[in-house]
Design a protein. Sequence first.
Length: 150
Amino acid sequence: MIKYKRFHFFWAFVILFLIVIIFFTFAYINQWGNNPFDEAEFIFFMVLLGGVLLGFYGVTIIVTDKEIKLKFGIGFYTKKIALKTIKSLSTQDSPFYYGCGIRIIANGLLYKVNGRHAVELKLKNKKNVIQIGTNDFEKLKEAIEMGLST
């Protein structure tokens, strides 16, 4: 049973990628530079950039009775964390220099597309932590705690 489900759109990432796609399109149409794109290179870059954009345009956080699931974009990358492996959880302020996306931080991994706060999970079998950054951190923490108590 789903206890929590929320989608977070990664605005900064989408805007940046759209600017890059528009730039490459103008560069191809106007044949800018000493060694401009040919048709095959342009198609390759558009497919590559489009695939990355589809893969990471946002994150869906789902908490069920048994696991926490983080699904990025259309699901190319999915992270599952079994609730039974969680030793403790807390909320943390996420410094601005940690940025957004999937990040290696000092004591573990951070999954964040927006928000200043994160829910930090300490796992039983690992010394590193997992932080899930969200604007809705209090409800996420409550849902995880409900799942741990069942």
